[in-house]
Design a protein around this ligand. Structure first.
Ligand SMILES: Nc1ncnc2c1ncn2[C@@H]1O[C@H](COP(=O)(O)OP(=O)(O)OP(=O)(O)O)[C@@H](O)[C@H]1O
Ligand SMILES: [Mg+2]
Length: 261
């Protein structure tokens, strides 16, 4: 075997790779370059925090990574496959099968119970009622919300609503969890509890986590911190000593996920 082939088989392939990705908003004289050439490789099992000033392109990059938006230039590879070459249907399938999302504003359906919110991705996937119900109940239990299935978002605290959103994101057993400021609307204690949950999903279940945050305390849980400035990656550093969740925060998360995932 040639040396280059041997090397190739040893070198791990990134799960996600952005190569010189550029994104513009608007057109003509109002055209704005929000991403100015992003190169980023994420490996399976990583927990990456994305930081940077407001307007630096973090959400724009997350939306591209999550297949909610497409780049104008550059390449996006998922498991080595060119995402830009996928059809609309293939794009949707990639999103449903491999990616889970959590947003700052929870994005739950208002007059819909926690259980029904979590079942939604399974409904889109075509699972039958029995399968949906069982999977959603397990996912809710895994985020510490057993017994809260029939509450609507208005009857839940912010921290609980974000747990429902996380249950909805993991109910399809995604490879990657994309979280855009998941603790942005929560107080400090609730934020640490949500971080404990994300750490458990990453550490115990190998879900790759990509999380945007403005808070250094929250980014400190990640193993790698990528900093965006003005549409570019200004820093990409390993965090040798990530924060370990306290046992109290982990217990709050009640993450005995073994049965779930
Ligand atoms: N739909 C849009 N149309 C036009 N411009 C947009 C749109 N979305 C974002 N932008 C612009 O692109 C730039 C990057 O926005 P983005 O939302 O990615 O920033 P961000 O880093 O997530 O900021 P924040 O920390 O405030 O969430 C900003 O200048 C923003 O005004
Ligand atoms: Mg943003």
């Amino acid at each position: 075997m040639s040396e280059s082939l041997t090397q190739q088989s040893i070198v791990r392939q990134p799960l996600i790779q952005l190569i010189d990705v550029k994104k513009t908003y608007g057109s003509g004289s109002t055209e704005f370059l929000a991403l100015k050439g992003i190169d980023l490789s994420i490996y399976a099992g990583e927990f990456v925090a994305i930081m940077g000033p407001s307007g630096s392109g973090k959400s724009t990059a997350m939306n591209i990574l999550g297949c909610l938006d497409s780049p104008k230039y550059g390449q996006y590879l998922f498991k080595g496959a060119h995402v830009e070459d996928l059809t609309r249907d293939q794009h949707a399938r990639l999103r449903r099968r491999f990616l889970g999302f959590v947003f700052q504003g929870f994005n739950l359906l208002a007059r819909t119970t926690a259980q029904e919110n979590v079942e939604l991705p399974l409904l889109y996937r075509g699972d039958n009622a029995e399968k949906r119900q069982a999977a959603a109940s397990k996912a809710l239990a895994s985020v510490g919300l057993a017994g809260w299935e029939h509450h609507t978002p208005a009857e839940l605290s912010g921290g609980q609503q974000q747990r429902v959103a996380i249950a909805r994101a993991i109910v399809t057993e995604p490879a990657v969890l994309l979280a855009d400021e998941p603790t942005g609307n929560l107080d400090t204690q609730r934020s640490h509890e949500i971080m404990a949950l994300l750490v458990a999903l990453n550490r115990d279940h190998g879900i790759t986590v990509l999380m945007v945050t403005h808070e250094l305390d929250m980014a400190a849980y990640a193993h790698r911190i990528v900093t965006f400035v003005d549409g570019k990656i200004a820093k990409d550093e390993m965090n040798e000593h990530p924060t370990m969740p306290s046992s109290a925060d982990l217990n709050m998360s009640d993450t005995n996920l073994t049965e779930v995932i």
